[in-house]
Design a binder for this molecule. Structure first.
Ligand code: TPP
Ligand code: MG
Length: 572
């Protein structure tokens, strides 16, 4: 990890923050208002959550500010929505009450931590003075510090603002960490500290991560050498390319040296899937055969900001050779077996772009970006998973954001062709079911012009689908496709049993309960055509398609994975 270095030259943000501390120039700020100001400066304009008495003072302050509070049906959903908002907007926030609210955030925030999505968690809490009397206040679980201790494990920085002297500094420390590491942070705000005004209003200089120049130069020299001599280099662009806003640089680097780019499942759409150098999602046996062959035959694999997870590696069916790779991420820079310390990921990518690499002119692989499906609905044909994904592929345009939940929704979606940056969201590593519907709300809060196309299993929908209530309230227009395969189909392939069966819901009748939206039942290809046509016309409310599938009908991507795993098991 690069070392923290105190800036010597104040940057613009720092100059602004220190100027505000000059006595007499601005009235003294409370802890609550400083937190709001700093969040706004980072681009947080909306906060998800549910109030409770421990956080009401701060809610009142938020309400008077320019930050919008977006209420959700429960705190777990607020967490997923804030995570999706952060993935679109760069940073997000959620604000809840103590324990009953905060502890419901554990799962979504753990997911944001695992997949590097910077979400600021603010939790109200018992006041410092109340704590001194050790009262058995409602919502308390064991020690007053229980919730803080839990969040310390799933955030990159955590604090309780119980000390007015250090509160501003602690806010800065946590927010700077969220920005630097792209991971969630936890800020606990005792209710009697919201309006507290620190006696000293000064803020200290922010720190930033800086590379060791000699190590960076050496890493770039070795990387340039390898790339320059490579016959078939390929870039595997991971999710950190998106999180650290390095897409343009990575694409420019690829274009300059004519190097093909692929993504991982988690980073799908990190570059437009219509870019001429884009060769598909690399995911071992789960991905397309031509992409897999090109990557695995490469003599120089440039892995940028990727996590090598079982999900991204097609449940370890991938074959990537460390003897031939350049691996750079925010946690590690490795060139073959040389590990470089104190080299920051953004510095390495910027350096690559400037590096002189004498690459030979290379032949590019003859690949089509999407096999043209030539989809035409067949009269009376029952809809299948394969045909559903082919049809969905034709729907996508530059305003569609595909939000895929865990299950065959995610596997099937991996074959879709995403047109623009950041158009695909999914918990493709942490894999918590129930992400997609609340995430679609987060997407439209961040950018109302994007239209989510939600692909969600019947099981996942039953976990959080009621969050469509918020979409109806805010007049959002997601198109929600429920893959109703009568249970936990993905799990059926691992171990069949009655525990995979679900009580079937009439998903298309949700609008009656929600008081808005349209619902349609889809059994045939013709039904799908008319349902999609109605949904597309509907610009100001939600559409739900209840797509009936056979219980063992799976997408081509999941079929590829299961057949490869079957072959492996047979060979063992
Ligand atoms: C919160 C959570 N609980 C359990 C699981 C384990 N799990 C993974 S896939 C799956 C089944 C998903 O069912 P469904 O949403 O209907 O999608 P399908 O597999 O049928 O396409 C389960 C239970 C999980 N990933 N997340
Ligand atoms: Mg299912």
């Amino acid at each position: 990890m690069p070392r923290p270095k105190t800036r010597t030259k104040p940057k613009r943000a720092l100059a602004r923050r220190t100027a505000a501390a000059v006595p007499g120039r601005r009235k003294s700020r409370s802890i609550g208002s400083y937190l709001i100001d700093r969040m706004r400066a980072l681009g947080v304009n909306d906060v998800f959550g549910i109030p409770g008495d421990f956080v009401l003072g701060f809610y009142g302050m938020l309400e008077k500010s320019r930050v919008r509070i977006v209420g959700t049906c429960n705190e777990q959903n607020a967490g997923y929505a804030a995570d999706a908002y952060a993935r679109i907007n760069g940073i997000g926030a959620v604000c809840v009450t103590y324990s009953v609210g905060g502890l419901s955030l554990v799962n979504p925030i753990a997911g944001a931590y695992a997949e590097k999505s910077p979400v600021i968690v603010i939790s109200g809490a018992p006041g410092v003075d109340e704590r001194a009397e050790n009262l058995l206040l409602h919502h308390r679980v064991g020690a007053f510090t229980t919730q803080l201790e839990i969040f310390e494990r799933i955030t990159v920085a955590a604090t309780c603002l119980d000390d007015t002297l250090t509160a501003f500094r602690e806010i800065d420390r946590c927010l700077d960490a969220a920005v630097a590491h792209k991971r969630p942070v936890y800020i606990e705000l005792p209710r009697d500290r919201v309006d507290a005004v620190p006696p000293y209003q000064d803020v200290v200089a922010a720190t930033e991560l800086a590379s060791n120049t000699a190590a960076l130069e050496e890493a770039l020299r070795e990387a340039s050498e390898l790339i320059g001599h490579a016959r078939q280099p390929v870039i595997l662009a991971g999710i950190e390319v998106h999180r650290f806003k390095l897409r343009k640089q990575v694409i420019a680097f690829a274009e300059r040296h004519r190097i093909p780019i692929c993504s991982t499942l988690l980073s799908k759409s990190v570059v437009s899937e219509l870019h001429p150098l884009y060769i598909g999602v690399y995911e071992g046996a789960m991905g397309r055969a031509d992409t897999r062959r090109y990557v695995e035959d490469s003599d120089c694999l440039i892995l940028l900001g990727a996590f090598l997870t079982d999900m991204d590696l097609g449940i370890y069916t991938a074959k990537l050779d460390p003897n031939r790779w350049i691996f750079a991420s925010s946690e590690d820079v490795r060139i073959r077996h040389h590990h470089f310390h104190d080299v920051s990921f953004p510095d390495f990518v910027h350096g690559l772009l400037k590096a002189k690499i004498g690459a030979p002119t290379r032949e590019l692989p003859p690949m089509t970006h999407s096999e043209p499906s030539g989809y035409k609905p067949k009269d009376g044909a029952k809809i299948t998973s394969k045909r559903l994904f082919q049809r969905v592929n034709e729907l996508l345009d530059e305003h569609t954001v595909v939000v895929a939940d865990v299950g065959d929704s995610l596997f099937g979606a991996s074959d879709l062709v995403i047109h623009r940056d950041s158009e695909f969201l999914s918990p493709a590593y942490y894999a918590s079911m129930g992400f997609a519907v609340p995430a679609a709300v987060g997407v439209q809060v961040a950018n109302r012009r994007l239209r989510p196309l939600v692909l969600v299993g019947d099981g996942a929908f039953q976990m959080t689908g009621f969050e469509l209530s918020t979409a109806v309230r805010l007049k959002f227009n997601p198109i929600v496709i429920v893959l109703n395969n009568k249970g936990y189909t993905t799990e059926r392939f691992l171990q069949e049993g009655p525990f995979n069966d679900l009580h079937e819901w009439r998903f298309h009748e949700m609008p009656a309960v929600l008081g808005g939206g349209i619902g349609m039942e889809v059994r045939t290809e013709q039904d799908l055509e008319s349902a999609l046509a109605r949904a597309l016309k509907q610009r100001d409310t939600i559409s739900i398609l209840n797509v009936h599938l056979e219980r063992d009908d799976i997408s081509p991507a999941l079929e590829r994975l299961t057949s490869s795993l079957r072959k492996r098991i047979a060979a063992d």
